[in-house]
Design a protein around this ligand. Structure first.
Ligand code: BES
Ligand code: ZN
Length: 431
């Protein structure tokens, strides 16, 4: 994408939306006018005709295609690429210029490490990798090292041995860094409360780092009190470099003043019908309606890849549109999880929330502020200084599970989301 495509041709964009807005205002005024002065001819507002074009069943067809026909779409996978092709094809059919923008990402796949005590009657251990642990194969003595503080290590250091550390006081990363500095070949951290332990490192370790449950850790501590233990540890790095892609649709010969975005990847665990085939489907429906009505100027569509492993697609996209000397898009609307739940919620830039509240009121909807902080692609834009808003529905009990299937997505909600966004686009065009 060339930076110059993001220069706003204000006049054309403003003209079209000013027309829509003035008609909205006219429609609103009609209800308050005394009947004697009311116009005898009903005024059809282009705005309401625009929203009436939005069709939930049409959008639902895309949910079926993405979540049922293609299925689970983890970042960097073949199904994710198929979904990108699907979206690109439809945007092209509606007359948009499309671009598939590739990028690389570090993807983490949880592996199953092993830890065996060598000797008679070894306990059964079910270690887990700490997220971002490197891989490796080590056979060495296991040494009890308290909480993993420097003062917990033997004075001679760890010298190729494996540190057994209890959870607590320090972060997992600090424990691993301390043990590495003391010469350890690997680290095993066990829980300080009942149950197994799932932990994250802040960056990839240089030695393998595994976790155990509290019971497993205590059992090893008891064995160590009886005498030295040699263990064999085997772990693989879960880090992979993958390629994903954003799909961009822009009106021919036009620029992106407002971006409508939605991520189309899913978690590996399920087909991601609500998270987020629902938002992607609604994006396509909005693109169709704007094309039909000839009012697509200034509005671009971006379907983001690789949101689930950490907003990779939107983070990449914003780096491609922040040339120092060009104005950026003035707003981004993120549609994420719009097909399930009992109420509309909004999160993001206060100015945009106000405008979307106005649009919602015109539709008889009453969105509330998002009830907890949600991470999503709108944050990539806000971090880059571009006002952005998340439109979503609360709450989905099947979030990130294998049951996030199309049968639970309500076409009527997709239609509401499309209408809300279409009206919001009109609001966003006003100063
Ligand atoms: N779609 C969700 C975010 C979301 C949740 C939007 C609920 C609307 C309602 C997104 O895909 C997600 O799962 N985000 C994660 C963080 C992400 C970086 C993995 C989250 O919010 O915890
Ligand atoms: Zn998600």
């Amino acid at each position: 994408m060339t930076p110059s495509r993001f220069t706003p041709p204000l006049s054309r964009f403003s003209f079209l939306w000013a027309l829509i807005l003035s008609c909205l205002a006219l429609a609103a005024c009609q209800g308050t006018e005394p009947s004697s002065t009311a116009s005898p001819t009903p005024t059809v507002s282009p705005s309401s005709s625009l929203t009436s074009l939005a069709n939930g069943d049409q959008a639902y067809g895309h949910v079926l295609a993405l979540a049922e026909d293609i299925g689970s779409r983890p970042a960097g996978s073949d199904p994710e690429r198929q979904a990108a092709q699907y979206i690109s094809h439809h945007l092209a059919t509606y007359g948009y210029q499309t671009q598939v923008q590739q990028f690389r990402l570090a993807y983490y796949v949880e592996q199953s490490p092993t830890l065996e005590v060598l000797g008679p009657a070894p306990p059964t251990l079910n270690p887990r990798p700490l997220r971002l642990s490197t891989g490796g194969e080590v056979t060495a003595e296991l040494v009890p090292t308290g909480l993993g503080r420097p003062q917990d290590f033997p004075p001679e250091g760890l010298k190729g041995r494996i540190a057994l550390i209890e959870r607590g006081e320090l972060s997992f990363s600090d424990k691993v860094t301390n043990a590495t500095a003391a010469g350890a070949a690997a680290v095993v951290i066990y829980n300080n409360v009942e149950g197994s332990l799932r932990g994250d490192l802040q960056e990839e370790s240089t030695i393998p780092a595994l976790s155990l449950s509290q019971a497993e850790g205590r059992h090893l501590q008891a064995l160590l009190e009886e005498g030295p233990l040699t263990v064999h540890l085997s772990a693989q790095s879960g880090q992979e470099t993958r390629t994903s892609q954003n799909v961009i649709g822009r009106p021919p010969q036009d620029d992106c003043q407002v971006i409508v975005g939605a991520h189309y990847d899913s978690v590996a665990a399920g087909p991601g019908a609500n998270d987020n085939a629902s938002g992607s489907a609604t994006l396509l429906e909005i693109a169709r309606v704007l094309d039909l009505s000839g009012q697509e100027q200034g509005v671009c569509f971006v379907a983001f890849g690789a949101e689930e492993p950490g907003l990779f697609g939107s983070r990449h996209f914003v780096t491609t549109l922040t040339p120092q000397d060009q104005p950026s898009p003035r707003a981004m609307v993120n549609l994420d999880m719009v097909g399930v739940g009992s109420e509309w919620q909004l999160m993001g830039s206060p100015g945009l929330i106000e405008k979307i509240d106005q649009a919602a009121a015109a539709l008889g909807l009453d969105p509330v502020p998002t009830s907890r902080h949600l991470s999503g692609d709108h944050l990539s834009f806000m971090d880059a200084g571009i006002p952005a808003i998340l439109i979503h529905r609360f709450e989905d009990p099947r979030y990130h599970t294998e049951s996030d299937r199309a049968e639970f997505v309500e076409p009527q909600l997709l239609e509401e989301a499309a209408k809300l966004t279409l009206l919001a686009l009109a609001e966003l065009a006003s100063p």
